[in-house]
Design a protein around this ligand. Sequence first.
Ligand code: FES
Length: 195
Amino acid sequence: MSVIAFPFFRQNGAAPDLQRRRLLAALGWGSVGVVCGAGAVATVRFLYPRVLFEPPAYFTIGFPNAFTISEPADGHGVCLVLLKWKKSHRTWIVLEKERMYAIFAKCTHLGCTPSWYDDDRTFKCPCHGSQFFSNGVNFAGPAPRPMDRYKIALAEDGRIVVHTNTLFTYKDFDNPFAYLDLKRITVAGAAGSVP
Ligand code: FES
């Protein structure tokens, strides 16, 4: 029986070799392409590093003279609880006759956000019922300690700055950075404006 030999295979298998070479060449160039692509991606990432843009760890609330106290102090020495920064910075600014401090609005039980009830001068936590006096000291429910306070200080331009990266627990409420001594603030805030 005679075998029909196609021209392809007639040249001692040259055609399959050619195909194999082409395949190998394609694989080779493909690898080079992958390596170059990875290098390009790495270079771009090096030039544009991933940076986390976090909000600044402080906020200003205005000049001291913008805070006037006309209300009498309650049973815990608090004249005024300002809610203005609660939503934006989870902070209450509290004014006593001679002190200002910034309470971090976070329940010390499991971290829920309490609300201020002006009628009974109390912060109440909606989660498990903890309650705090107007100065942030706990008196009911499972909260184990008073709410913490942020560092508060005057900036060089005389504005009041609350530093949200520094917290004081009740043991340090008398730390000079845990409150502003309103008696000592005189000229610095005199040129101020409403916060
Ligand atoms: S988180 Fe406030 S009482 Fe539990």
